[in-house]
Design a protein around this ligand. Structure first.
Ligand code: ADP
Ligand code: MG
Length: 378
């Protein structure tokens, strides 16, 4: 059995992430606190440089990009009045605005490379599917969408993100984790009609790719392939039914908004059918500072028996390997360009990334041992 071994990893010391930093791994979303959902825009308060001012700066090359994005929004939603940039990355920009009496969020793709275009279209397809088939969690209402231009406008929801960072440096409150886990379990029990959602992850292909990149050893790969074969065999016995689970596919805490009306799930571009436990594996991975939550997740993942446990372990190894790869890239980038150390910061952002990387390697070692044990019991 997979005994949640989170106590093995040495907890890294707390650190202060760069405020509003542009590094995708270090900084989380800007809090969406400047506008009341569904109400009139208020003037945003500058909170430690994290919230943006109520004005949108349309000067310079970034302004040109923003004007293009707003023009794309106006083509599908002429009444959209932009108020504030919520978040911007090289990939996309999120703009809060008003549409008559309501507030909305426009998500516009900036990098139209094929991979990002595909993902943006997947997210639009998910929101369109939700119009007729409501999922068992709260999601923003679709206002307008243009898959050709990869522009999506949805209702702005009230609430605070369950975390701002991808890997929170402090354990979130227990009540928040409970809410998030309940929401994920509800999503995972949902069976939307066949054909609405695809299969976003090619497990065998992903395994081979990580093996070729040297991220998985020969032994890891063969162990995981054995688990995959066992799962396929079990699915065959059930006539191909019962193995797939509907997952959000990117169950990071920053994709949950918590509000008194209940949690809201955002960012649906990876939604579809996975081996059971993909969302739980994602949450386990990012909750390194919450060992009790990890134990709970492991118990949930194993509750349905050995096949569910094996599926969770395959998912966990793939998610951890992806995180290690992304984190290694971030560490290398920071070594090339360390950036300024902020006043009051304890430890450089590069050091925080290195500590995260070390923890992820520890976690991967534990998952690897659990995979070996699972293969041994088959
Ligand atoms: N409809 C919405 N209502 C309120 N806040 C939102 C909404 N959509 C996005 N946000 C905020 O913007 C952040 C980024 O949105 P998300 O769709 O997750 O984009 P990304 O793909 O860049 O992660 C979220 O974490 C959330 O704080
Ligand atoms: Mg997100």
């Amino acid at each position: 059995m997979y005994a949640a071994p989170s106590s093995v990893s040495a907890p890294p010391p707390p650190y202060r992430p760069q405020a509003g930093g542009g590094r995708p791994y270090a900084a989380g979303a800007v809090p969406a606190g400047a506008l009341p959902a569904g109400g009139r825009p208020q003037r945003a308060m500058g909170g430690g440089g994290r919230t943006l001012s109520g004005r949108i700066d349309l000067s310079g090359p970034q302004g040109t990009q923003l004007r293009t994005a707003i023009a794309a929004v106006h083509r599908i939603c002429p009444e959209f009045h932009p108020v504030q940039v919520l978040r911007r990355s090289g990939r996309s920009v999120l703009i809060v605005g008003t549409t008559g009496r309501a507030t909305a969020v426009a998500k516009c793709l900036l990098d139209h490379s094929p991979a990002w275009t595909e993902r943006a279209r997947q997210e639009i397809a998910a929101y369109r599917a939700f119009v007729r088939h409501r999922p068992p969690v709260r999601v923003p209402r679709l206002v307008a969408a243009d898959p050709d231009n990869c522009t999506l406008v949805v209702e702005r929801m009230a609430g605070r993100p369950a975390a701002l960072q991808r890997h929170p440096v402090e354990a979130p409150p227990r009540a928040d984790i409970k809410t998030v886990l309940q929401a994920v379990c509800r999503v995972n029990q949902w069976r939307p009609p066949a054909g609405l959602f695809g299969v976003p992850l090619d497990y065998a292909g992903r395994l081979n790719r990580y093996h070729e990149l040297g991220l998985l050893t020969d032994r890891d790969t063969s162990d995981l392939q054995k688990l995959l074969h066992g799962l396929a065999h079990a699915a065959g016995r059930q006539g191909g039914q019962g193995q797939g689970q509907f997952c959000h596919g990117d169950a990071l805490l920053s994709n949950f908004l918590l509000s008194p009306a209940g949690p809201v799930l955002l960012d649906w571009d990876h939604a579809g059918w996975y081996l059971p436990g993909y969302d739980l594996a994602t949450l386990w991975t990012v909750l390194g500072e919450a060992p009790a939550a990890r134990r709970r997740i492991s118990r949930l993942a194993q509750a349905a028996g050995p096949a569910a446990r094996d599926a969770f372990l395959v998912n966990l190894m793939l998610v951890l390997t992806r995180e290690i790869r992304t984190c290694e890239t971030a560490v290398q980038r920071m070594m090339r360009d360390p950036g300024p150390v902020l006043p009051g910061a304890t430890g450089s952002p590069g050091e925080a990334q290195r500590l995260l990387l070390r923890r992820l390697h520890d976690d991967c070692g534990m998952a690897r041992r659990a995979v070996r044990a699972a293969v041994g019991t088959r």
